[in-house]
Design a protein around this ligand. Structure first.
Ligand SMILES: C[C@@H](N)C(=O)N[C@H](C)C(=O)O
Length: 261
């Protein structure tokens, strides 16, 4: 966890998943999987937001850029277990069967359902994907974590985005058509959807500056394609739950040893 980032794991207590603004039975408003534990490093209960270490460094970089602009990242989901991925798949497919508006919202050409909930193993199971938004920082303070002084956001205002987070439909698309999620360059030439708001464009700027690649179908989702390429076949499939966060307050001698090794 980056102490200055705001974390809100909605899936722990009130899942926001909807499609074409319609509640998804068994999902919307539910506690889907609990990711909360006592965090020794911060000396408080926090959400658990696991992501590969190399990807976490990029999240840190994106937050530094945001803070320089008087803004902060707000992170909603990183690792998502495979069984929850399947649950979202099933629930959305079932709803689409009985609701034509929902069906059109996830299948209208050139899109298909997998753009809104991956029907195979998602990057959320591999630890290289992050769902997040951007807020304006209204009050910034400092806190001490181990031997370090770090920024702490005391008050903030969420920005208006084109849709609420986890609105699974074409309404949330970043670009007017799909582009392979592993294409690290092609997205730069894509046409941005007219609904995209300025703060979402800034979020994209901060995240891509830090080395992430945007997902065409969701303004809030970014992938670390470098990490995906480097782990290759060793990528996980998320067939487990994470219930504990193991950490301790950082001591400068230890951090110096690690970073200079
Ligand atoms: C559920 C949604 N936020 C999401 O993660 N979608 C992508 C396409 C995924 O399933 O990887």
């Amino acid at each position: 966890m980056v102490p200055s980032i705001i974390y809100d794991h909605t899936n722990s207590y009130n899942a926001q998943f909807k499609s074409s603004y319609v509640d998804i039975p068994e999902l919307t408003g539910q506690a889907l999987y609990e990711m909360i534990d006592y965090n020794n490093r911060l000396d408080e209960e926090t959400y658990i937001m696991p992501i590969l270490y190399q990807t976490a460094k990029k999240v840190y970089d994106a937050q530094q850029i945001a803070l320089q602009n008087g803004e902060s990242l707000i992170v909603y989901e990183t690792f998502r277990p495979r069984d929850v991925q399947l649950l979202v798949n099933e629930a959305l497919a079932d709803l689409a069967e009985s609701n034509d508006v929902v069906k059109a919202g996830i299948t209208k050409e050139p899109w298909s359902m997998t753009w809104f909930i991956n029907t195979n193993v998602s990057n959320h199971q591999r630890g290289v994907a992050i769902d997040l938004s951007l807020v304006r920082v209204d009050e910034l303070s400092e806190r001490i974590v181990g031997d370090y002084h770090v920024p702490k956001v005391l008050d903030y205002t969420p920005y208006e985005m084109q849709t609420p987070l986890h609105e699974l439909s074409i309404n949330s698309a970043m670009f007017t058509k799909p582009i392979a999620s592993k294409d690290q360059e092609g997205w730069k030439k894509m046409e941005v959807s007219s609904a995209v708001t300025e703060p979402a464009l800034r979020l994209q700027e901060y995240m891509t500056e830090a080395g992430f690649t945007p997902l065409a179908s969701e303004w809030w989702h970014f992938n670390d394609v470098d990490a995906l390429n480097s782990i290759g076949e060793k990528a996980g499939t998320g067939k487990f739950r994470i219930t504990q966060s193991l950490n301790r307050p950082p001591k400068w001698e230890e951090v110096r040893t690690i970073t200079t090794e």
